[in-house]
Design a protein around this ligand. Structure first.
Ligand code: IMP
Length: 210
């Protein structure tokens, strides 16, 4: 049985960009979102081996510490020809300086080594896992993906991370060439294309709407 969220929700992130995006998505539902950072909660180690496991670790830690329902996400890019890498290590591939130019170049090098030159050999997907955990141990989780092809060289300066290399299926612009509203925004303004937007819609259906 899923549980409806009403009132206060902790967003288990210390990342201001994610917090702003999540607050925007939650605002229409009348949810007051307070972040783990604002509450001074610590950051647990992400020791899971799936996106879902890591989202759950973050949500459960925040719910226990704050004694409020808590929401967390985990995401990344899985490249099919690289057996799903960088996957849960997507942020780490950019190193301490968060150099995603270098991380994208590394992916391209590995694709070239494997002779992955045609679009069919260069399929990849972004994954977003979302979890809401409650202080009494109840958990709801959802996951969604955005499918596409990796292009080289990267195109566009919008977005973040691996966006400039990712051409979503059915479009001729990379995520790096789209506005944030197009990529993450929900219709009618946005296209609801991103893994995060799709996962959020699923979560809204089970935990927020109505
Ligand atoms: P985390 O979810 O904070 O663990 O970080 C996931 C990492 O995956 C980010 O640092 C990005 O490198 C990558 N990533 C996740 N979502 C996106 C996206 O929408 N565009 C580009 N890169 C992404």
């Amino acid at each position: 049985m899923h549980r409806r969220i009403t009132g206060q929700l902790v967003i288990a992130t210390h990342n201001p960009g994610k917090l702003a995006e999540m607050r925007e998505l939650l605002a229409p539902y009348g949810i007051q979102a307070v972040s783990a950072g604002e509450l001074g909660l610590g950051e647990p180690e992400e020791t899971g081996d799936t996106f879902q496991a890591n989202a759950r670790i973050k949500a459960e830690a925040a719910a226990q510490a704050a004694k409020l329902p808590a929401f967390a996400d985990d995401s990344g890019l899985a490249v099919e020809a690289l057996d799903g890498a960088p996957g849960i290590y997507s942020a780490r591939w950019a190193g301490p300086n968060k150099d995603f130019g270098a991380a994208m170049a590394q992916i391209e090098r590995l694709l070239q080594e494997r002779g992955a030159t045609t679009p069919a050999q260069r399929k990849a997907h972004f994954v977003s896992a979302l979890c809401v955990a409650w202080p009494d141990g109840h958990v709801d989780d959802v996951e969604a993906r955005a499918d596409g092809t990796l292009v080289w060289p990267p195109r566009g300066t919008a977005g973040f991370g691996y966006d400039p290399m990712f051409l979503p299926d059915g479009f001729d612009r990379t995520f790096g060439e789209m506005t944030s509203i197009e990529k993450h925004g929900l219709p009618p303004l946005g296209l609801g294309l991103s893994h995060r937007a799709k996962a959020f819609v699923k979560l809204a259906e089970i935990c927020l709407a109505g």
